[in-house]
Write a protein that binds this ligand. Sequence first.
Ligand SMILES: Cc1ncc(COP(=O)(O)O)c(C=O)c1O
Length: 398
Amino acid sequence: MSRIYLDHAATTPLDPEVLDAMLPYLREDFGNPSSVHTLGQRARGAIDEARARVAALLGARDAEIVFTGSGTEADNMAIVGATLAGAAPVDGPARANVVTSAIEHHAVLNGAKGLSRATHEVTLARVEENGEVDLQDLEQLVDHATALVSIMLANNETGVIQPLGEVVRIAHAKGALVHTDAVQALGKIPLDVRRLEVDLLTASAHKIHGPKGTGALYVRSGTRMAALIRGGSQERNRRAGTENVAGIVGFGKAAEIARVRLLDDGKRIASLRDRLEIGLMEAGRGTVLRNGSSNRICSTTSLSFEGVPGEDLLIALDLAGICVSTGAACAAGSPEPSHVLKAMGLSRDRVNGSLRFSLGRGTTAEEIDRTIDAVTATAERLRRKRSSGALTSRTAET
Ligand SMILES: Cc1ncc(COP(=O)(O)O)c(C=O)c1O
């Protein structure tokens, strides 16, 4: 039986049309976009077209898009680059501090470690039980020494959309820049950087059926940025290095497809997600880990299967041909409980029993029904084994 892939928040399969668009730039049109000759100019033209397509998906101007080597790099560039530029102002007081939240991706949390602790303070706003950043706490943390506020648009584990309008109001009132990591929101909800009023926004190609290793940072025109990678004058001196032409072309094509399909795909995927949640809750096997009031993207849901370690369930489902993920970030083989679910105040048992299901463009109703059956049967079997003492998982022990 064919494999069921429900881990689209981790990565998505490359769209065949995207691959077709990329192939010429890996074969005959291999020129360096900085070269003056015809092959170079063809590559340059392809990058320009891709930039316009990514800009169109974001409601940005072409010149405001900087291509990077990943979403992670774009997050680092935003946090470190904009903060360093703000710490040496041409006018007004120096601003050196960063305010972010406890549920950000590690690209943001660890990216901020690129700032010296001696000169920059990084503080984390709390989150509420429903997975939204606590705006009152945020408001207390932001002051006139804050260079940048970085709050993600949609969370990668829960899918919860953050109240960015309020975040922007709080940050701009104190004169701080706003960065949002929109990696999980891109292609799922309509995005318009002018309406969002953010200064910086991160995107990544491989979450929207584009290639891995290509990201972008939207930098509102007029925003000062220190370059992290120095060398040639590529990307208007903001990111040196010969461009990944095929990757960028793929990102452009994926962005164009996402823009056209966004609303139809969104409705269909949200109804399949609801079918999955209802099916698992009716079978008495799962609890959705968020408060019903929170706003979320269509594709991602985090469920907890109490009494069954998520890691054991994940492995058993993989053996049954179903790919999902736990909230755990595995580092050097040791599963860490999800920092996101912990920050939402969930009990240890709930966090350890959590699984993330993330649906995508290719997900079918038949796959969802097969998943409900498989999860229900597997969770039951693992629970029975556990109560008879046969199962001793690392997660259960810690
Ligand atoms: C919210 C979020 N930010 C950033 C990233 C990093 O993007 P990339 O894999 O392109 O480095 C991810 C990827 O999982 C993500 O989910």
